[in-house]
Design a protein around this ligand. Sequence first.
Ligand SMILES: O=C(O)CCC(=O)C(=O)O
Length: 296
Amino acid sequence: MLSNEQKNFYSDEGYLLVEDVISSLQLKKILEITNDLIEKSRPIKESNHIYDLEKGHNENNPRLTRIKQPHQVDKYFWDVIKESKIEQVLIELLGKNVSLKTSKLNTKYPEGGSAVEWHQDWVFYPHTNDDVLALGLMLNDVDHENGPLMVIPKSHKGPVLSHENDKGLFCGAINPSDPSFDYNKAVSLTGKAGSMTIHHARTLHGSAVNKSDRTRNILFYECNSADAWPLVGTGAYLKNTSPVNLWEQLKSQMVCGDVCLTPRMTNIPIRVPLPPPPDYGSIFTTQKTGKAKSAF
Ligand SMILES: O=C(O)CCC(=O)C(=O)O
């Protein structure tokens, strides 16, 4: 599926854009399920395990920042990985044993939606090696106006920056005045619905609010090679404390191949996302209650 040129680009730059990874029928089905889930959010008053509500959400005007773990809400979000070109892309970048850590469907409504401040996913979930990435499947056409994902090329080979606020709490975002961060190098990943972004877990990325009159919804899958083991103790990963549950969870997360019981350790920089901010329920609440400084 991916050419050598694309694989080398990902490895050198820390991101890639791939077009047409799902069919128009698959896209249509995902959109139907998504719209149905958004409809069902109307009576919800507070963020819960499925919905992250945006300020102003109400029955007449549903406004979400995110649908959490969509693959656990509707099986099709899992099936589409296997039924489309997505699985092959994962195998080509991560090897034959691939685990899906988490999924999220981030929504930016016309003339709004929340910005996602610049960060490296790596600080949310450090692993024993960094064969860890996020895929972003565009559910609408994404352009410069409606809040595209932006990345800093090659930052996956640079330092893991501090994501702490002035008080030393983890706030899920870098300080935009960090000398290692250069906004001028940012690249916006735009494309047609059905295109997919890929960014390495250490790649610096973020996105602005939606300034257009069009929705911007992106379905993210966060995946790792099975030999990249999560460093436990970081809340973003370890949701089960019993070995029985952990074992079941590891097995259930495999997109393809087998659970790996011989984690591969590499010499890479790590930061642990502690102490936590008041509300670490999602990146939006982490950045908001952690009082992250805005770059946008
Ligand atoms: O929705 C976006 O544009 C960025 C998402 C992201 O980086 C995240 O949720 O961690």
